[in-house]
Design a protein around this ligand. Structure first.
Ligand SMILES: NC(=O)c1ccc[n+]([C@@H]2O[C@H](COP(=O)([O-])OP(=O)(O)OC[C@H]3O[C@@H](n4cnc5c(N)ncnc54)[C@H](OP(=O)(O)O)[C@@H]3O)[C@@H](O)[C@H]2O)c1
Length: 331
C-alpha cells in the first residue's frame, strides 16, 4: 500500500483550510481495520467541518468525511477478514480521526459494521449518517408509542438529507407526513418522496409563538431547532413525540414547559454519534429491510472525489437537496 489521495482539513493561525494531499499509510490513525474506501457522502456536519463554519473538528489535521463504505484491506480483528464489505459512520470519524474522504482509512473495529445483506456499498452511503439518524428517530419515536393512527407528523428541513430520508421512511410506514421546507421549488420532489402535503416556512408566523397553540402534530422530526422547534412544541397533540435532530437554523430553543406538562408531549434527543452495538447494527439491518428508503435513486446524486470542495457551500446556504454520495475509489 503506497501513498494515497486524501482531503485533509487543517488549521493555520485559527483559519480552517482544506485541500487534497498525498498521504502516507503511516499517517493513518490507529485501528484494527484498514479499509479501501469505495464511497463517502456529504452531511451538513461535513460542510461545517471543511469550511470551519462550525467547531466540528476536534483534532487538526483531520481527513474529513464522517461516513465511509468500502472493503477491508487488512484486519487484526478476528470478526473481519480482508475483502469484507463494511460501513463506518459517526464516532470520531472525520472529526477527531481521519475519515472517509481518502482512498484508505484505518478505523477501530468497534466503529465498523458489516455491510447488511441487501444494501450495496453505494446505497449504504446514499443512506449514510443522514439515513441512520432518520431511522434512529423513527425507531425511538415508535418505541415511545408513536404509530400512524395517532395523527399527522411534520418533518422540517425537509429537502435536506435527513429530511428527505425521514419523509421516505415515515410515509412507507403509513404515516401522514407534512414536509416543512424553505424552498417552494422542492414541492414536487417532496410529494414524490411520499409527503402528504408541503408547507412553506414563509407561511408560518414565528414572531409570536404561544405556549400552547392549536394542536396539529402527533409527531415531529426536527432538523432546524430555534423558532421552528418552539412552534412545533406549541402545536403538539396530547402525548405527541418530537425527535430533535438538528440545528440547521439555530442551536437555541426558547419555549415553555407547557406542551410537556399539560399535553404530555415528549422531546426525544437523537444523537447518532456514539450509538454502540448491537443497536447500531440493528438500525442498519432495518435500513436494509423494513425501513429501506424507497426513493434513494431520486434523492441521491453521485459526485467525483475531485468535485467534493464545490458542494459544501450549498449545505452552508441551506440549499442542500437530498443526498450526495462521493465516489472515492468505487470499483
Ligand atoms: N443528531 C444527530 O445525530 C445528527 C445526525 C445527522 C444530522 N444532524 C443535524 O441535522 C440537521 C440536518 O442535517 P442534514 O445532513 O440533513 O443537512 P442538509 O442536508 O444540509 O439539510 C438541511 C436542510 O435544512 C434546511 N435549512 C438549512 N439551513 C437552514 C436555515 N438557516 N434555516 C432554515 N432551514 C434551513 C434546508 O431544507 P428546507 O429548505 O427544505 O427547509 C436544508 O436543505 C443538521 O443540523 C445536522 O447537523 C444531526
Amino acid at each position: 500500500m503506497g501513498p494515497f489521495k486524501a482531503y485533509l482539513i487543517d488549521q493555520d493561525e485559527g483559519q480552517t483550510r482544506a485541500d487534497f494531499v498525498s498521504m502516507d499509510p503511516s499517517q493513518l490513525d490507529t485501528g484494527e481495520l484498514t479499509i479501501k474506501v469505495a464511497y463517502s457522502s456529504v452531511n451538513f456536519k461535513d460542510a461545517l467541518a471543511a469550511s470551519g463554519a462550525g467547531r466540528i473538528i476536534r483534532r487538526f489535521p483531520c481527513v474529513g468525511g464522517v461516513d465511509l463504505s468500502g472493503t477491508v484491506a487488512a484486519s487484526s480483528d478476528p470478526r473481519f477478514q480482508a475483502g469484507d464489505a463494511v460501513i463506518a459512520t459517526s464516532f470520531d470519524i472525520g472529526v477527531a480521526h481521519h475519515g472517509g474522504y481518502a482512498e484508505y482509512a484505518r478505523i477501530p473495529a468497534e466503529w465498523v459494521i458489516p455491510l447488511p445483506a441487501g444494501l450495496s456499498l453505494y446505497e449504504a452511503m446514499a443512506i449514510g449518517t443522514a439515513g441512520f439518524t432518520a431511522a434512529l428517530a423513527v425507531v425511538r419515536m415508535e418505541e415511545n408509542g408513536l404509530e400512524p393512527s395517532k395523527g399527522p407528523l411534520i418533518v422540517t428541513g425537509a429537502s435536506g438529507g435527513v429530511g428527505s430520508l425521514a419523509i421516505d421512511m415515515l410515509a412507507r410506514r403509513g404515516y401522514q407526513v407534512s414536509a416543512l421546507t424553505g424552498k417552494e421549488s422542492e414541492t414536487d420532489y417532496l410529494l414524490g418522496l411520499g409527503a402528504a402535503q408541503v408547507l412553506l416556512r414563509s407561511s408560518l408566523d414565528l414572531s409570536r409563538i404561544r405556549p400552547l397553540d392549536k394542536t396539529l402534530w402527533a409527531g415531529a422530526v426536527d432538523n432546524l431547532g430555534g423558532d421552528v422547534l418552539a412552534w412545533i412544541a406549541s402545536t403538539m397533540k396530547q402525548g405527541g413525540t418530537i425527535a430533535s435532530i438538528g440545528l440547521a437554523a439555530s442551536a437555541s430553543l426558547n419555549t415553555t414547559v407547557m406542551p410537556f406538562i399539560l399535553r404530555g408531549a415528549c422531546l426525544l434527543g437523537i444523537d447518532s454519534g456514539y450509538i454502540g452495538e448491537p443497536y447500531r447494527s440493528g438500525i442498519w439491518q432495518r435500513l436494509a429491510s423494513d425501513l429501506r428508503p424507497q426513493h434513494l435513486q431520486t434523492m441521491t446524486r453521485c459526485i467525483a472525489f475531485d468535485d467534493l470542495p464545490g458542494v459544501f457551500d450549498d449545505y452552508l446556504q441551506g440549499r442542500a437537496h437530498g443526498r450526495v454520495v462521493v465516489a472515492i475509489a468505487a470499483a
